[in-house]
Write a new protein. Structure first.
Length: 115
């Protein structure tokens, strides 16, 4: 993020101190763990989806770009759509067995969770 980004200072009005340096409350992103140290859980979910089934992958620790890359891999291997946000991957449909197989072959530790 640029030092002079006005959007990060929307609450700041004015400072008379010439040495004032505005600091935002941004937290650095967590470093991505290697696949052998990731502990992923694969769920089936229907809640708030009008009865449609989705496969959820939870427990990913790392940067958002790496989460997006893993989601893209799973979506292309399963041939379906989905999304990756808030540290979890959503794959449309019941692909839990296939997702566990893909993740295991890629070196991730994963388990089926839920019913």
């Amino acid at each position: 993020m640029a030092d002079n980004d006005w959007k990060s200072r929307l609450g700041m009005v004015y400072s008379t101190n010439p040495d004032f340096k505005y600091e935002t409350d941004e937290e650095p992103e967590a470093e991505t763990l290697p696949p052998q140290q990731q502990d992923l859980r694969v769920w089936l979910d229907r809640k708030q989806r009008a009865g449609k089934v989705v496969t959820l992958v939870k427990g990913f620790v790392g940067r958002d770009e790496d989460l997006q890359t893993l989601a893209r891999l799973l979506k292309t291997k399963c041939g379906v759509g989905g999304a990756a946000k808030d540290g979890e991957i959503i794959i449309q449909g019941d692909h839990r067995d296939r997702v566990v197989e893909i993740l295991t072959r890629s070196g991730y530790r994963c388990k089926k969770a839920g019913s």
